[in-house]
Design a protein around this ligand. Structure first.
Ligand SMILES: [Zn+2]
Length: 471
């Protein structure tokens, strides 16, 4: 069965074909490194990782480029307001350069903990100012740009007949409704900045000379310039979050196709949002980074969650469905993942060498993964293999290892965690908890459970009494 992917450009699930098989060129938008990634950002990188792993498992060779936005991403989509890097710098009393370095390292560490395969090329916007200026010059020579004094060089979207085709923007409706903030001097609502001038009389931390004046590149030009530098004039797949469709990716297409004079990227794939349902106790920690308080991978780890349990949580939903985050839902995923880990370790202890995977299970798994990355169904196929009472255990283990090339849980590396507490101590605490429960002191009983959990011990109350296991 051929790999099928949902293409935002066609709004349909189409059989995937790269331009130069077996090579697949993939560009994914990276993080703006003025703060930690929130778990909604990370959901998107997990989806892109599954895409890449599925491509690899189909026998493709993937050339993967991901950028790091370390300049020019302004607060407003209308290219106004402060640079997010400056906000980070002021917040922490550091330079924008220090902020970028710190949060890029933190981002890489998050991806590592989530078992996300690294791109072949990481590229930073500030390392590619020359390429961005060259691309703006090309657009200028072809008559696509105009200047707003005291502001910057803008792209004239009315010069491109199919502008907005990715988002299927209703340009007439947009103009009539004027929902986008209109900037003085802009010819069309959808025009966007290619190069911004430094504010008069104020030196920015990040600014460069250009043919138009001292300033810095707009956000959209960096991705297009770097994608074209590393992957050439025709791209197989470009990914990002759904929030990129209407502005960032729409403008990337405008820049690339105006400069090249032909279609640039064949496939656009977008990951849906992680949402925080209203009324949830954690509503305060919404996904908005501007509120200053948001959930990061560190938040999850501090609450005792394995980062891979978050990966499991993400895979339980299809990437094109919104996923509601609650601590209860994450706990449920963490329990399932802990059970999975236990079963894998049990299989590993009894695994022989050189066993063949079981085709029927593997076929069901691949059919799901290759059907637009249907990870919930792929996980169901994985559990189906685990629960196959007829099959030999070593073959089940071999099947799981094969599936793990796509799932990316790292089954082969999984090990028993060493406990920070003796079994005698655990039994004592369980007895103390039972006493507390008998005395209806549930707060104390819960506190003991939490303490054990911190030490990596999970309790389960059964009809026959409380049993414990390593998490
Ligand atoms: Zn981008």
């Amino acid at each position: 069965m051929p790999l099928k992917l949902y293409n935002t450009l066609t709004r349909s699930k189409d059989p995937f074909e790269p331009i130069h098989p077996p090579r697949v060129d993939l560009y994914t938008c990276g993080l703006t490194v003025y703060n930690y990634a929130h778990i909604g950002n990370l959901r998107c990188y997990v989806f892109e990782d599954i895409l890449k792993r599925v491509l690899l498992s189909c026998g493709y060779q993937v050339r993967h480029v991901m950028n790091i936005t370390d300049v020019g991403h302004l607060v407003s989509d209308a290219d106004q307001g402060e640079d997010k890097m400056d906000i980070g710098a002021r917040r922490e009393g550091k330079t924008a350069w220090e902020i970028a370095e710190f949060y890029q390292a933190a981002f890489e560490e998050d991806l590592r903990r989530l078992n996300v395969l690294f791109p072949d090329v990481w590229c930073k916007a500030t390392d590619h100012i020359g390429e961005q200026i060259a691309l703006v010059r090309t657009l200028e020579e072809q008559g696509f740009t105009y200047r707003i004094d005291g502001d910057g060089i803008y792209f004239d979207t009315s010069k491109l007949p199919d502008y907005g085709k990715l988002a299927r923007l209703d340009l007439e409706g947009l103009r009539a409704g004027a929902r986008v903030e209109m900037v003085a001097g802009k010819r069309n609502l959808t025009d966007f900045a290619l190069w911004k001038f430094s504010p008069p009389g104020r030196k920015r931390q990040m600014e460069w000379d250009s043919p138009w004046g001292v300033g810095f590149p707009g956000w959209h030009i960096e991705c297009t310039a770097m994608a074209m530098k590393y992957l050439g004039d025709r791209l197989d797949i470009h990914c990002g979050g759904v929030d990129h469709i209407a502005v960032h990716h729409t403008n990337e297409i405008a820049q690339a196709e105006s400069a090249l004079g032909h279609k640039w990227c064949n496939w656009w794939l977008h990951g849906e949002f992680l949402t925080f349902p209203r009324g949830d106790a954690e509503q305060a920690a919404r996904m908005s980074k501007s509120s200053g308080e948001f959930v990061t991978l560190n938040t999850l780890v501090e609450r005792g969650f394995d980062p891979l349990a978050y990966r499991y949580f993400c895979l339980n939903a299809h990437y094109r469905q919104q996923l509601a985050f609650t601590w209860e839902a994450l706990s449920a995923a963490a329990s399932a993942f802990a059970r999975l880990k236990r079963e894998v370790l049990e299989l590993k202890r009894n695994a022989g060498d050189g066993r063949e995977p079981i085709d029927s299970h593997l076929d069901a798994f691949r059919a799901a993964a290759e059907d637009d990355l249907n990870t919930p169904q792929a996980l169901a196929a994985m559990w189906g293999a685990l629960k196959d009472a007829e099959a030999e255990k070593p073959r089940i283990y071999a099947t799981l290892l094969a599936m793990d090339e796509v799932l990316g849980f790292g089954f082969a590396r999984m090990q028993e965690a060493a406990l920070a507490v003796s079994e005698e101590e655990i039994e004592k605490l369980i007895a103390a908890r039972a006493e507390a429960r008998k005395a209806k002191d549930f707060a104390r009983a819960d506190a003991i459970r939490d303490r054990l959990k911190e030490m990596g011990v999970a309790l389960e109350d059964t009809a026959g009494g409380t049993i414990w296991r390593k998490e």
